[in-house]
Ligand binder design. Sequence first.
Ligand code: ZN
Length: 305
Amino acid sequence: MSWELPSRISLREVGPRDGLQNEDPIPTDAKVALVDALSLTGVKRIEAVSFVRPSAIPQMADADEVWSRISRSPGVRYSALVPNLRGAVRALDAGVTELEVVVSASQTHNLKNVNRTTGESLDEIAAILELAHVKGASVQMIVSTAWGCPYEGDVPVERVVAVASRAVRDGADSVSFGDTTGMATPTRVRRLVGAFRDANPGTALNLHFHNTRGTGLANVLAALELGVADFDASVGGLGGCPYAPGATGNIATEELVHMAEDMGIDTGVSLDALLEAAAEAERAVGHTLPSQVLRAGPRTRTIPV
Ligand code: ZN
């Protein structure tokens, strides 16, 4: 069997949001510096902040300030995650033109996270879609716990697809499946991507893997073989898992870039610049990050003899 891998992929750097949200709070200056360093790596999309209630997520309390202070590089798109309609209004007022909304495929996870049923969240998301579109902004529907839930275990593929399909019917511009706690494996990736595409042919799809159980890049490879060409990753592998202390976070951007580029897949990202940003992220959070390419260096780096 042979596969046609994409010749290029689009990466969204989520370290400043998903990563930092799962770290101890860092100063605003350090957040702005990190986003600015990432803007110089060649990455074309950065999820910069989330507009959540500061009491809910203190790490994002300065979202408005970070959003207004980052240096916008030409050719880079900056997005923000919003948890609800109120957050969407805040984000749109701040000038965000690319929003991400999120719902858990798992009922229990959604109830624990936002105290609403999945259906209630989807109703509010429909209102966000309408408002954002009136304001000329695009909205991505992120379905979290798409490959499993820390409370419920496996979430049926049919349920995940039904949740995503509802948002697509309501006007979501694209869909992202989030492996919130690193429960995906390549077989499960194939199953979900296949079922989603059957139900929603032509809908743009992003995949968001966490490397909590070491299957992150294997999942990316499975998705590449299906022609998926849009992935989230976080610099240094920033961010842990709120349910498992010590567990690793998102797949590391430099590991993904390192692998993809060697496979002849263009990412547009400079690995050297990215490694510098990863080192900066490590200094900002004050501890070692899980990225192995950050530790070992690129495979092309040789020891002087
Ligand atoms: Zn995540």
